[in-house]
Design a binder for this molecule. Sequence first.
Ligand code: DCS
Length: 281
Amino acid sequence: MNILLNDEIISRENVMVDIEDRGYQFGDGIYEMIRIYDGLLFEWEAHLERLVRSAKELMIPLPKGMEVLQKNIHLLMKESGVLNGSVYIQITRGVSPRKHHFPENADPVLTAYVREMERPLEQIRNGIKAITTEDIRWLRVDIKSLNLLGNVLAKQKAVEQGASEAILVRGDIVTEASSSNVFAIRGQECFTHPTNQFILNGITRQVVVRLMESTNLTLVETPFTKEALMEMDEVFITNTGLEVCPVIEIDEQLIGDGMPGYYTTQLQKAFETLLLELIPQ
Ligand code: DCS
C-alpha cells in the first residue's frame, strides 16, 4: 500500500510514525473519510471544507501539501488501482516532546491512504439492529477529531449485544450514533438533531437533507427524546460507508413493522439516482 505523507507518496513500509507525534500520544489531530465510487471522489469539496474547519477549530495549522491535496489523492487512487473504496486523510499537530500545550515549532503531519471497499448492500437493503447507550463523548464532537474512545466504546457495546450501531443519548436526547447520523420519521415529518457541538455534521446527512426536498417529507431539525425515537414509524442512519441505512430494531424492539420503511426506501432510491448521475455510464 502507498501512503501520502504530506506531499510525497511512499510505500507503507517506509512511513515512520514518530513516537512523539501528538496524534499518537494525545489524539491531537483530525481526519476525514471520503468515498470513492467508480474512481470518483464523492462530495470532495464538502469533506475538504469540514477538514479545514476541524483544523481551524483545533488551531492546527494546515500542513505542507494541503494546496495540492486533491491532486495527490488522485495520484494515490490511480496508483492503488482502487475504483470503489475510501480515502482516509489524517492531520496531526505534529512531533514534539510530550507536553500538553501546543508546541512552538511542530509541523503538522498529513497522512492519507486508499482502501478498497464494497457497498454494504445487505445492510442497506435489509436494515440493521441498533442499541441505545449514553453519549459520554466530549462537548465538541462537531470537530472530526482523532479522539474516538466514546464512539469506540459505544460501538463495541452494540457489537457485543448483536447489533451493529449504537444510538447515543445525551440526557434524554438522541444526538447521533457512534459512527453515523440518526434520522427518525413520524407521519410525514423527518426528525434529526440540529447541527451544533453535539453532533458531527455528516456529509451524507447534508446530501440526504438535500434529497429530502424531492419527497413529501418535512425536515424537522430539532432535538428529540429516546422515548420519541422508540415510537417512530421509521428510523435510518447515514454515513459515508453505509449511505442511507434503515434501522429496523432498537434495543430489541421493532421499529414500525421491522422492515425498511417507505420514506427510507424513497431516500435510498434518490441516493442511488444521485450516484448514477455522478458516474458517467
Ligand atoms: N457521526 C459520527 C460520530 C461519525 O463518526 C460519522 C462518520 C458520521 C456522523 C457521518 O458522517 P459522514 O456522513 O460524513 O460520513 N464517521 C466516519 C468514520 O469514522 N468512519 O466512516 C465514516
